[in-house]
Design a protein around this ligand. Structure first.
Ligand code: SF4
Ligand code: SF4
Length: 504
């Protein structure tokens, strides 16, 4: 068999004058890039093992390390980019499916960057959020057609019965990340930050650890195809229940948590034997039509006494709008859409990068379809898959979302450097790993604090942008596409997004 070495992805450069041989990099790197050579009293690096997580250079006390992209000497080729050559070589050596972690990194798929937000000037005054009230509170769930009031002894009260709602202090919710894919410390940080800030986190398909039931009222629990950890108390503990049909990073395929990650606590929470692979089937085996989906939605509503909103999550695909319409008619209170840039712990690279559509198009199409059919009020739209900053949140709300899910920004808040190697189970930042020595690198207290700060920062920025638009409530921005303008978009793209080009 032809055998050859693949060039490394990164170069590890150590300034030997600065290095004090403290061994911090040796200890911190979970990929064993650095080793101490006693004979020569030097620390050496195996570049081929480096994944570019930057754990070592952050912890190097003397700044001796520099990690940089390896500059290969392949001839530049627009068609045969280095990544394709490397992938073919990897498969020629080992066979199998190429795996990756986190979200699609194809730059030309980011449409948030081709939309700009409006600001008030002269004729409609802007609002200063430091001096005037600004409302970011958001309610997710089915809204009534109209409101009826009644008068009793001079008191006017609401007569219309309101369906259960999730109350958010910011239109941002932490994305589904399962216990097992991330470890307990990360789950606890997410749960605590959600409770303290007034938003929600999502269990993903990993079940809910017993210690986290106290955060249940700020938890969205998932019912996914594997039904891991789904039981009566799990549903009862939650603020809302989400049926997961698909996710943006891997539309149409199932999930796999390898058996070596299934220790005693994950086994108990997921209700599977220790050491067994947790395989989520691609489809929900009892859902083959909208009618089947309706049955599951109402089974969950019955089981939870109609006290909780039921969300249905799908990947953003070509016919999302039609599917969303069916989901609303089937009784979903929240439509969760996950776009092609959505992250995950592990996904086949080809699926992650080539299947699905950008969330911007799916959102615009779904919002418009539900409006056209007069059923937009019957469900909230929660979107995921590529939200990076508060400006993306503002654009998403203007495009028609009620709120957004964030996954990667949440993980970056607790240390992630987006090295995309989550699937190895060796996350050096202690996030997507269950190895006790690595998992303890995430302190739940600090994680909760960092996540809280992120939400705090974003809410200030969202208020600033709303004020700049002359709007004092997030509600007034929802679906208000006149506040957006497109740059560098084709007429068809502008048409689908339902926005005007900049300058018009
Ligand atoms: S962490 Fe820095 S100073 Fe310590 S051994 Fe590694 S390169 Fe040298
Ligand atoms: S969670 Fe860990 S392994 Fe995954 S991208 Fe972030 S730093 Fe890398």
């Amino acid at each position: 068999m032809l055998n050859y070495q693949l060039p490394p992805d990164f170069d590890v450069m150590r300034d030997d004058h600065k290095c004090i041989r403290c061994g911090a990099c040796v200890e911190q790197c979970s990929y064993e890039v650095h080793t101490y050579d006693e004979t020569y009293d030097e620390v050496v690096a195996d570049n081929e093992k480096c994944v570019g997580c930057h754990r070592c250079d952050v912890f190097c006390p003397t700044g001796a390390l520099t990690i940089s992209l390896h500059r290969g000497d392949f001839r530049p080729n627009t068609n045969w980019k280095f990544e394709f050559i490397r992938n073919v070589r990897k498969q020629a050596l080992a066979g199998g499916v190429l795996l990756t972690g986190m979200g699609n990194d194809k730059l030309d798929l980011i449409y948030w960057d081709r939309m700009l937000v409006n600001a008030s000037q002269v004729t409609n005054p802007s609002i200063d959020p430091l001096r005037e009230p600004m409302e970011l509170r958001t309610y997710l769930g089915r809204k009534p057609e109209s409101l009826d009031f009644e008068e009793n002894d001079g008191h006017i009260s609401l007569k219309t019965e309101i369906a259960p709602q999730l109350e958010l202090n910011i239109p941002v919710v932490f994305s589904a990340m399962s216990y097992g894919a991330v470890n307990y410390n990360v789950c606890e940080g997410l749960a605590r930050a959600s409770k303290e800030f007034g938003t929600y986190w999502n269990t993903g398909e990993g079940g809910l650890h017993r210690n986290l039931y106290k955060y249940g009222s700020n938890t969205i629990v998932q019912v996914a195809s594997g039904r891991f950890g789904v039981h009566r108390e799990y549903l009862d503990a939650a603020g809302a229940v989400e049926i997961k049909i698909g996710q943006g990073a891997k539309p149409g395929i199932g999930g796999h948590l390898p058996g070596e990650k299934v220790g005693p606590e994950i086994s108990e929470t997921r209700m599977i034997p220790v050491g067994s692979d947790a395989l989520s089937p691609a489809p929900q085996h009892d859902i083959y039509s909208i009618e089947d989906l309706r049955q599951l939605i109402y089974a969950i509503k019955e089981a939870t006494r109609y006290e909780k909103p039921v969300s249905v999550k799908i990947s953003a695909v070509h016919n999302s709008a039609a599917i969303a319409s069916g989901m609303v008619r089937a009784g979903a209170d929240i439509i969760a859409l996950d776009g092609i840039r959505g992250s995950t712990g592990a996904a086949p690279t080809m699926i992650r990068d080539n299947v699905g559509i950008p969330i911007e198009f799916a959102l615009a199409a779904v919002d418009q379809r539900l409006r056209d059919e007069g059923i937009r009020h019957q469900a909230s739209v929660l979107i995921a898959g590529g939200i990076r900053c508060s400006a993306d949140v503002v654009k998403a709300i203007a495009l028609g979302a009620d709120a957004v899910y964030i996954g990667t920004p949440a993980l970056i808040s607790v240390g992630c450097t987006v090295c995309q190697k989550c699937y190895t189970g060796k996350c050096p930042w202690g996030i997507t790993t269950n190895r006790p020595d690595l998992a303890k690198r995430v302190n739940p207290d600090i994680a909760a604090e960092n996540l809280y700060h992120l939400l705090e920062g974003w809410s200030h920025e969202i208020m600033e942008m709303l004020g700049g638009m002359g709007i004092n409530s997030i509600e007034s921005l929802r679906g208000n596409r006149l506040h957006l303008r497109g740059v560098g978009l084709t007429d068809t793209e502008l048409d689908i997004l339902g926005i005007l080009p900049a300058g018009r």
